[in-house]
Design a protein around this ligand. Structure first.
Ligand code: FCB
Length: 448
């Protein structure tokens, strides 16, 4: 049965700069270039070169988007491609001009994210996000992008998933820059939202419209009552620190207390509140899965969560996802999307929501007839249906962007995990639509 989308519901696909662009020589270096060159940091040793070689294959990729029939394309601007210190980098600006104009010429709305984790190396070297100055530099970059593209970008996101930048980057060290400093990760979380708020103000002054931020609110579910405190802690680090700051409530009081052994919170300034909670026009949610918090299994320490739970103030716990799983080991739970929507709406009532990423790394079967990825189709179909049911129940969701247009560098997993609806051969760069690409194209075309 066809999916019944609300009138005007926007459908698209998403990518990010470091994961697809390649052409490292055409830009400044970033934290992910440095990190990916460290032995062992990325499982298969992949680096940002050539990724999907998107910079050189721009026209082909634009044509694929048009073939798919998307309403909108969510991409990210690489800060070190667009800027060289505080100056615009002409070749980079020319590239994003061609990308944006190419989308508009094909009737596709450009949705730009300013920071999808690729921080210029010199800013990382100067301390990165734990350093307040990075937020100020980010605002300058946002202003420059606003001045250049406000007339043509339809929707702006300041940050993508600040939780990953803060906690995977500076606490578990699983992502760039690979630091393992819990106190610094909290300062990073705070300065990311500060940078976001400053950027919103600067973008608005530059005349940019539809300004928001993309979070990955992950519903945290307690498996037993005995785990309620641990669940609350995980929710504070994963979700509430960001939602509370955006909502003008400051750092959650329980987190302030529980993390006092790793930070004195001296980076928090009471007069930042208005900036942290600068009014936004929309909020993005990247939904993939939920987190289930269970009793620790002390015989099996490997099962104890390494990311949010690497945080020292975290009570002992175990993450216990339930099958079915994707190739990432993430539980598949389409109804969980409504839990995420509720947590967002509780904090930011009246702010419309876009699902900015959703998709799956799954097993694919290739034969003479093509690339068969039935599990991906089922995953996306089930999530779209769960989402439209949530909209019927009153959640104000206006759009959905599938992750991802094409296979790409899956961060620390390199090329080993594939989320694309279009296959990219990592050796040749050849693009081949999978079954899911044709299926999504049909879903888009079937709308009234
Ligand atoms: C999200 C990221 C995106 C991609 C997907 C699978 O956390 O925003 O770049 O890696 O996960």
């Amino acid at each position: 049965m066809a999916i019944d989308f609300p009138p005007g519901f926007e459908l698209g696909v998403a990518t990010s700069a470091w994961q697809i662009e390649g052409d490292v020589a055409g830009r400044g270096r970033c934290n992910w270039d440095d990190f990916s060159e460290r032995p062992g940091a990325v499982v298969d040793g992949a680096t940002g070169e050539p990724a999907c070689d998107h910079v050189h294959r721009l026209e082909e990729d634009l044509d694929l988007l048009m073939w798919m029939g998307v309403d909108a394309y969510r991409f990210s601007i690489s800060w070190p491609r667009a800027m060289d210190g505080d100056r615009l980098r002409p070749e980079g600006i020319d590239f994003y001009d061609r990308l944006i104009d190419g989308l508009l010429a094909r009737g596709i709305r450009p949705v730009a994210t300013l920071f999808h984790w690729d921080l210029p190396s010199e800013l990382e070297a100067a301390g990165g996000w734990p350093n307040r100055d990075t937020a100020l530099r980010f605002a300058d970059y946002a202003a420059a992008m606003g001045e250049r593209y406000a007339d043509r970008v339809d929707r702006w996101a300041t940050l993508n998933e600040p939780w990953c930048s803060a906690f995977l980057g500076y606490c578990s060290g699983y992502f760039a820059p690979g630091r393992k400093e819990p106190g610094a990760s909290l300062a990073a979380a705070y300065h990311l939202i500060l940078g976001h708020g400053l950027a919103i103000e600067r973008l608005r002054s530059a005349g940019a419209r539809n300004l928001g931020i993309v979070l990955n609110v992950i519903p945290v579910i307690s498996e037993t009552e005995s785990m309620d405190d641990a669940t609350r802690h995980v929710d504070a680090v994963q979700n509430r620190i960001f939602l509370d700051l955006l909502a003008g409530r400051g750092v959650p009081a329980d987190l302030r207390q529980s993390a006092s052994s790793v930070t004195d919170w001296s980076f928090v300034r009471e007069d930042d509140n208005a900036v942290l909670s600068a009014p936004i026009d929309w909020i993005g949610e990247n939904y993939y899965s939920v987190m289930r918090v269970a009793e620790p299994d002390l015989d099996n320490t490997a099962a104890i969560g390494q990311d949010t739970a690497a945080f020292p103030a975290c009570p002992p716990l175990r993450f216990a996802p339930r099958p079915p799983f994707t190739d990432m080991g993430w539980e598949i739970l389409p109804e969980g999307i409504e839990l995420a929507l509720r947590e967002i709406t509780d904090h930011l009532p009246g702010v419309p929501i876009w699902i900015c990423e959703n998709g799956a790394a799954v097993e694919e079967v290739t034969d003479a007839d093509g690339i068969h990825d039935a599990v991906r189709i089922e995953y996306i179909d089930d999530h779209l249906r769960a989402l439209t049911r949530a909209v019927e129940r009153g959640f104000d969701v206006r759009g959905y962007y599938a992750w991802s247009l094409m296979d790409n560098l899956e961060w620390a997993s390199g090329w080993t995990k594939k989320f694309g609806m279009i296959r990219v051969d990592p050796e040749t760069g050849t693009r081949t639509p999978k079954d899911s690409a044709r299926w999504y194209r049909d879903v888009l075309a079937a709308r009234p």
